[in-house]
Write a protein that binds this ligand. Structure first.
Ligand code: ASP
Length: 423
């Protein structure tokens, strides 16, 4: 969803966010070196600590925005998605399978490469809590909140999922009943949810506009205090994420080859415009019209299958994001030297599914919902600040995979028979 800006934006907002982040990175490294690059003078200690304050505030804002974003995104999807019966079931199964495969690939690569053990970070300020034990019964007991609004207040992700799903399912059922009776009474609620969704995203955009400031603070503080050693594991993390995303792309090509009439090479060739657009905008939402168009004109799918994957799937199918969320949680647990046991990794799978559904199809949205994944296994969310420094790049890569996931779903829904004049 985009916000129509009619006013002329100030000059600094006309510089693309990526360029702003790159400038912040260069300035931060220069300042970090000037402040000691690992051997800071005690006289600068408080200045160095204060450098990270903007990042702490930005993270606080992201943590606060995550629960309402997930809630309205799930409600919006349930209220507005137009999905016909059988195709809808097939779509649901495909989306669920693909997202789970993505998360499992992410966890596998993170467990094998162990990027978090390649270098050490000092704990960010105010790091709270240690990883919690996995307690399935405790989770079930805790899943029902004491009050409807409680999960919004205490950021409890499992409770939030329960509330969002119950409300979403029931609202959709009520809408279907009303539609069959030609009753329009559901419309105001649908409009309110759409407006709230747009409002949360606009506030999110304000926070995201401040990300270069956070990057500047975190990088300059890290370089000043610890030199360049922490960036070794961050480099390993980038490589691990790219490797996992590539494996996911191979899985898509395998699915296209096995379950559709489309040749995987034509799929790749036809999808180039959409992949490039996704990579350059970091937004599968902005890429949506291109995806829809090329699926019909270049890949040759029927309009109905193109619409289901590209228009419906694009709203909540974010496999690249799911993979990234799970890998990030594992990466930070490795950085902390805290082992996430199987139970906790299952919890990461569960929450990553919802975090990816809740991540709107706009730049950096995955970073916001990641706070929920971290909280579910008791990882300190302060470490997300470290990931902010590489998110501008990894977001582009995972968005391209998000779009490829939508295209794969459309292609499989198109079936084993090519589009001919009689179909
Ligand atoms: N930028 C991604 C997308 O638009 C969402 C995310 O941040 O993971 O698909």
């Amino acid at each position: 969803m985009t916000s129509p800006e009619t006013k002329k934006r100030p000059w600094w907002q006309q510089i693309p966010l990526t360029v702003q982040i790159l400038i912040a990175l260069v300035l931060a490294i220069a300042l970090g070196i000037a402040l000691g690059a690992g051997n800071p003078s005690p006289a600068n200690a408080s200045l160095i600590e204060n450098l990270a304050r903007p990042a702490e505030l930005i993270l606080k804002a992201l943590r606060a925005l995550a629960p309402p974003l997930v809630l309205v995104a799930v409600l919006h999807t349930f209220m507005t998605a137009e999905i016909p019966g059988t195709a809808g079931r097939k779509l649901g199964i495909l989306l669920f399978t693909n997202t789970n495969v993505a998360i499992l690939i992410g966890l596998l690569v993170a467990n094998v490469v162990r990027p978090g053990s390649w270098g050490k970070f000092a704990a960010p300020e105010g790091t709270e809590g240690a990883t919690t034990k996995f307690d399935p019964w405790g989770l079930v007991q805790d899943a029902i909140p004491k009050a409807i609004l409680e999960p919004l207040v205490n950021n409890n992700v499992i409770q939030l999922i329960v509330i969002a799903l119950s409300l979403g399912i029931v609202l959709r059922a009520i809408k279907s009943e009303m539609v069959s009776q030609n009753n329009q009474a559901y419309k105001p609620i649908e409009d309110i949810i759409s407006i709230l969704f747009e409002a949360v995203i606009r506030i999110l955009n304000w926070v995201i506009a401040l990300v270069p400031l956070a990057v500047f603070g975190i990088v300059s503080k890290t370089v000043a205090k610890e030199g360049f050693a922490p960036f070794i594991s961050l480099g390993a993390f980038i490589i691990a994420v790219i490797l996992a995303l590539l494996l996911q792309a191979c899985y898509y090509l395998f699915m296209v080859k096995s379950f559709s009439w489309v040749n995987p090479l034509n799929f790749l060739r036809g999808g180039t415009d959409a992949f490039l657009m996704a990579f350059s905008t970091s937004s599968s939402g902005a890429t949506m019209p291109v995806t829809f168009e090329i699926l019909q004109t270049k890949v040759g799918l029927r309009e109905s299958s193109a619409a289901l994957g590209a228009l419906v799937g694009a709203n909540f199918n974010n496999d690249g994001t799911a993979l990234y969320e799970a890998m990030s949680a594992l990466f930070i647990s490795q950085v902390l030297g805290q082992h996430l046991n199987l139970g906790q990794q299952i919890l990461v799978v569960l929450t990553s599914i919802f975090a990816s559904v809740g991540a709107a199809n706009i730049p950096n949205a995955g970073l916001v919902t990641m706070t929920l994944v971290f909280q579910s296994v008791g990882l300190p969310t302060q470490y997300i600040a470290v990931l902010v420094t590489v998110d501008w790049f990894l977001d582009r890569c995972r968005t391209a995979i998000n779009v490829m996931g939508d295209m794969t779903v459309s292609t499989i829904l198109d079936g084993k028979k090519p589009h001919t004049l009689d179909s």
